[in-house]
Design a protein around this ligand. Structure first.
Ligand SMILES: Nc1nc2c(ncn2[C@@H]2O[C@H](COP(=O)(O)OP(=O)(O)OP(=O)(O)O)[C@@H](O)[C@H]2O)c(=O)[nH]1
Length: 351
């Protein structure tokens, strides 16, 4: 996923940072108060925990192991709260902190981690709170258990609903950001994301990876003749037709305007050029229907491959683009794969 859209991670770093600062402040204040009350063990633990939070603040913005550090931080944090609650000399209002457990867990761990950790520590908290009210006659205070149990369940439920909606909205946002609205194809952002993944696989497995850039020929005439609506219709036709002759692992995307790209994992330069030629034939066999008639449509394409033509998406796009313009210069309706050396014969147009 592109860095700018790593929303969950950024969001969680921010929440953890806020929590760490709260722990530093709260740990020092409660530590000092408990020193005054001569509760040495609790005071010592609180001060140690504040110092631990301070040291985590140094890495929270950069660590690639955010979830691991979050868990390392949260377990003792909640355990300390529960421990404080069972001590007879602490205020039972410590339970107010226990009720923040689901909010913190869902914000930091997401749906599954949030649910299990909240259930675990909330249950412990409710048991500990009830323990404060236990008498020799009764081990369960119904009113206490009902009030704290139900209010805790309500907070857990609302936190769960909130996180579920947030995750769904984030997924929808990511989908929108990586989709071309006119055609429903992947867009340039998605191409960049998939290229990174496929490049790693290709280098690891020593497999080829190629890129085709194709640009419709004289598309301006379509717009001029049939209006923008007619042009849009042709673009949607291309988007629906060409992927039919590609593999599931290939990515067909719209770069913008009347320009498209195909990423072909496992295809070398010659195979990608061959594939581009097949797409050209497919479009000739199935031209778009505009104004109730078939309209001849062709494209020019340039092909580049990982390694020979560069290591990054940008360099492959520059080379493929240059070859696509060579194809335009060579009379359009053709594929150029390596300068003048690999030049597939143009097909007769309007077949
Ligand atoms: N309908 C429609 N037209 C678009 C869209 N995006 C770009 N265009 C049109 O595509 C046309 C591109 O024109 P040119 O860049 O001159 O390219 P061309 O006519 O295909 O000529 P060559 O590329 O040289 O073969 C312009 O008329 C743009 O308005 C779109 O989303 N919908």
């Amino acid at each position: 996923m592109p860095e700018a859209l790593e929303t969950s991670q950024q969001h969680r770093r921010l929440v953890l940072k806020a929590l760490l600062w709260l722990t530093v402040g709260g740990g020092l204040v409660f530590g000092a108060v408990n020193v005054g009350r001569e509760m040495w063990l609790l005071a010592g633990l609180e001060i140690i925990y504040a110092l631990f939070a301070l040291s985590l603040l140094r890495i929270v913005d950069t660590t690639p192991h955010l979830r691991m550090w979050t868990l390392i931080y949260l377990f003792p944090f909640f355990a300390l709260m529960t421990f404080a609650l069972v001590l007879p000399r602490t205020s039972f209002t410590v339970f107010a902190w226990i009720q923040t457990v689901p909010i913190i867990c869902y914000l930091l761990l997401g749906l599954r981690g949030g649910l299990w950790m909240s259930l675990g520590f909330l249950s412990l908290g409710v048991v500990a709170f009830n323990y404060r009210y236990m008498t020799d006659d009764s081990w369960l205070n119904i009113m206490v258990a009902a009030n704290v149990g139900l209010s805790s369940a309500a907070i857990l439920l609302f936190s769960h609903i909130y996180e579920r909606s947030r995750v769904a909205n984030e997924a929808r946002l990511l989908e929108l950001a990586s989709t071309d609205t006119l055609t429903g194809l992947a867009n340039r952002m998605k191409l960049a994301e998939v290229f990174q993944r496929e490049r790693s696989h290709a280098l690891r497995d020593n497999n080829p990876l190629s890129l085709i850039i194709l640009d419709l020929d004289h598309f301006k005439h379509v717009n001029d003749q049939f209006g923008h609506e007619g042009g849009d219709r042709a673009l949607r036709h291309i988007a629906q037709l060409l992927p039919q002759r590609l593999r599931d692992t290939d990515l067909f995307c719209r770069l913008g305007g009347e320009e498209f790209a195909v990423l072909l994992p496992g295809a070398d330069l010659a195979q990608a050029a061959e594939r581009a030629n097949k797409l050209r034939e497919l479009l000739a066999e199935h031209p778009p229907q505009i104004a109730e008639a078939s309209q001849v449509m062709t494209f020019s394409a340039g092909v580049a491959t990982l390694g020979e033509d560069g290591q990054s998406l940008d360099s492959l796009m520059v080379i493929a683009d240059r070859r696509m313009y060579e194809a335009k210069g060579g009379g359009r309706n053709q594929v150029v794969a390596a300068g003048q050396q690999y030049h597939l014969a143009p097909m007769s147009s309007g077949r």
